[in-house]
Each structure stands twice: as C-alpha cells, then as structure tokens.
Design a protein around this ligand. Structure first.
Ligand code: AMP
Length: 429
C-alpha cells in the first residue's frame, strides 16, 4: 500500500515524501479512505502508530479541495482538541509539515502562556485550530474564536482527556460547534464514557483499531528490575552511565520525584532535565527541545507532561516508578520503538509496586523479562519479598513471610534459584 493508492493529492504526497514517509502506517491505511469519504471515525490507536497523520491528511485534503470554491477571509474549518500542550504543539507541527505545499494555516493554542500572540493570530485568520480545551473555551468566551464554519472536529487522546477531567470542557466545546460536521475521535483505550460520548454525537461511525492497548509493540524489549525503593537511584545512575544509551525518557510518579531524580543525575554528571506540570510552558518546551535535539540525554517526566511526546528514535524508556494504571505502562513504553525502530523499556519495581507489576503483565498478556543480575537488589527484607516463588507469583502473597526469614540478599536469592531448576520457567517471566 502506498499513499498514491489512498488517493492523496499531490501537494500532500510531496510533503509526506519530504518527511521521509514511504508508505502509510496500518492506522493510516485503515482510516484515511473513510475519512476522505467524509465518514465519522472512532479510532483506537496509541501514540506512535501514526494516528496524527491519519486525521491530518484527510482534513488538509478536504480543506484544500474546499478552498477552490471559497472566497474571503480565512475561517476556522477544523478544530482539533488535545489533552496537553506538548501534544497540541506536536499535532500543529504535523499539520504544518504536511501542508507545506498548500496555503493552509494552523494555529496551536494552549494555556500557561500569554494569550496575546494567540489572539493576534486568530484575528489574522486560520483554517485549523489545535487547542487544549481550557484555553480554547477561554478564548471562545472572549469572542476571539468563531466556530460557525467548522466542518471537521477531532478529539485526540480522548481517554486522557477523561483521565485529566477535561471531558466537561470538551462537551461544552462540542455544544458550540455546527451540527453538521465530520467527527473523528482517537483514543488509546475506549472507556465507557468515551464510547457514550461518541455514540451521542457520531453518525454511524467507522471503527478502526490498531495495536490494541493490551498488546505492546513487538519492537520494544521490555525488562523489569526488582529493586528496593532506596536503591532505585543507584540503579538508575548505573544504567545511565552506559553511554550506549543514546536517549532515555525516565518516568516518575510525581513532580517532586522528577525534580529529585534530575538533581541526583546532575550531581553525578549525567545531563538531565525534568518536564512536569509545575514547570513553566517555556521551561517545558526548552527541556523537550534540548532532549529532541540530543543536547540532553535524559528527560525525566511525569505522565501528564509526557503524554504524546514524540521524539524520533528515542532509544530507552525507564519506568523509575511503575504507573498506578496498567494502561499507562503501554503509553509510556510506546514512546520508544516507534515507526519500526527498536526500543528498550526498563522498569523498576519495588516491594510496594508488586501488584502494579502483576497488573501490567495481566494487561499486556505477556511476561516481562526479569533482570536479577544487577547489584541493587539490596539486602533489605523488602526486596527479598519480591522474589517470584514457584507457581505463586500471580496470587500467593503468603510466601513473603518465608522469604523474609531467608534474609533474602541477592546471593541467597540466586543460589536458591539455581538449586531449583524446576523454577526456571518462572525466572524468565
Ligand atoms: P503519531 O502516532 O501520530 O504520534 O506518529 C508517530 C511518529 O510516526 C511521528 O514521528 C510521525 O512523524 C511518524 N509517522 C507517521 N506516519 C508515518 C509514516 N507513514 N511513515 C513513517 N513515519 C510516520
């Protein structure tokens, strides 16, 4: 399948070629034909699948074709809502790249920065508005945004909008849109509230799905390190001292944690910056750009800040803390191994996180390789309790007592394992 076979117009084809895209990704091949026909679409796809181009290409093509008959000032014809500023910026960059041989303007608006440049650009006229919901509603209520000519509406990463409590704002925005329009939703998972919303506004939608959230990309090598909370820092430093790790996105559960990890890394001479919601928009953008350009090797992020971050050829994702929600694991590791590149995802699991680890394996229906051969198991009792016992790692928590009494240092652990070849199978879970 080639882009030519999808009936994509020449100026877009040219731009895609210049972007280095040789053929459509599966989600593009599945979505673009329906979207070009003007159908509503409900897409289940995570970041990294090429979903942005899936909706950007048909929208640009439709606007381009409409332009022939339109006259007068530019008006907003498409609205794309995204949950985070970073994702909105990336979507804007994609629209700009794909429309470089056309006279179509997009604007990205988001909160946390002055509204003046945004309102100025809106006054000058744009064709495509990409926005986070809060700022969009704000500017709409100030009458800077005219939605009366909108024909295309996209909700990207709908599930994270729900997670982040934005769904009410999204519904308000939808209520201001013209009734006749094409609707496109993309979501990595399909919680009932999202399908309910979709059902309430869609007309007979086409449903497309690629890489279900539970099946993590084959190109990502995944591993799990059992390590006590206290030893995580030392393990991370040890891993990152390996210069062959070209770029690593490290996930921390909290903003404070992200700052602390960054400081720890900087203290031992590892270039790192943090990206999270307490940083100003400019600081976040600077950190992201430095990381993208390879000036900083390690970016430490919280989930919300990292959502949608698209870094070409990111080699490593490190889960310093396991996520509370198993689906988030899939989103996180999906930052690497993109567009066919190989990637590595390493996760640290402390005693307290053992259940999270189990729920991740349950979700992805796959065993994650356990790395035991590292010096940071520590000798504390809590780490010994992480030890997967024969046939009991899934549900027998009673084993932890036995383990504690063994004092469970790394040496004991390994020698025990060697004496029990019958356990070998569980070792590699
Ligand atoms: P997305 O899932 O939209 O965030 O896209 C993930 C990455 O894949 C981005 O870096 C895109 O530039 C890239 N990409 C999208 N479509 C293609 C394609 N057809 N061929 C190669 N790379 C692509």
């Amino acid at each position: 399948m080639l882009f030519e076979n999808l009936d994509i117009i020449k100026p877009i084809q040219k731009a895609l070629k210049e972007e280095g895209y040789s053929k459509p990704t599966p989600i593009q091949a599945k979505s673009i034909p329906h979207l070009l026909e003007g159908k509503d679409l409900l897409g289940c796809a995570q970041t990294g699948t090429g979903k942005t181009a899936s909706f950007a290409i048909p929208i640009l093509q439709a606007i381009y074709n409409d332009q022939k008959s339109s006259i007068g000032k530019r008006t907003i014809k498409a609205v794309v809502l995204a949950p985070t500023r970073e994702l909105a910026i990336q979507i804007g960059e994609s629209f700009t790249a794909y429309s470089k041989h056309m006279d179509i303007k997009n604007i990205v608006i988001f909160g946390g920065v002055s509204q003046n440049p945004q309102t100025k650009a809106l006054k000058e006229g744009v064709d495509i508005l990409i926005a986070t919901p809060g700022r969009m509603l704000d500017l709409y209520s100030q009458k800077f945004i005219n939605l009366s000519k909108v024909k295309y509406f996209v909700l990207d990463e709908a599930d994270s909008m729900l997670d982040m409590g934005m769904i009410h704002d999204v519904k308000r925005i939808i209520s201001h849109l013209p009734k006749v329009r094409q609707n496109i939703f993309f979501s990595a998972t399909m919680p009932s509230e999202i399908s309910k919303l979709a059902n309430s506004i869609f007309k007979d939608p086409i449903k497309v799905e690629v890489t279900p959230v539970a099946s993590t990309t084959e190109t990502i090598k995944q591993s799990m390190y059992f390590v006590s909370k206290k030893q995580k820092r030392a393990l991370l430093i040890d891993i990152l001292k390996d210069k062959s790790i070209k770029s690593a996105l490290v996930f921390s559960r909290t903003k404070h944690g992200a700052n602390k990890i960054t400081t720890d890394l900087l203290n031992v001479g590892i270039e790192a910056s943090a990206i999270h919601g307490n940083k100003s928009q400019n600081a976040r953008q600077l950190a992201l750009n430095n990381f993208k350009e390879g000036k900083v090797r390690v970016l430490v992020a919280t989930d919300i800040a990292a959502r949608g971050i698209d870094v070409d050829e990111l080699s490593h994702v490190i889960n310093y803390d396991l996520p509370e929600v198993a689906e988030t694991y899939v989103h996180r590791i999906g930052r690497t191994g993109r567009a066919g590149h190989s990637g590595t995802a390493m996760s640290f699991c402390s005693m307290e996180e053992r259940d999270l680890y189990k729920s991740i394996e349950k979700l992805i229906k796959k065993k994650i390789e356990l790395i035991k051969d590292h010096p940071y198991h520590g000798s504390s009792n809590d780490v010994s309790q992480l030890e997967p016992k024969k046939d009991n790692r899934r549900d027998n928590r009673g084993s932890s007592k036995r383990n504690t009494s063994s004092k469970g240092n790394n040496k004991n652990w390994n020698s025990n394992r060697r004496k029990k070849p019958a356990n070998k199978k569980t070792d590699n879970k």
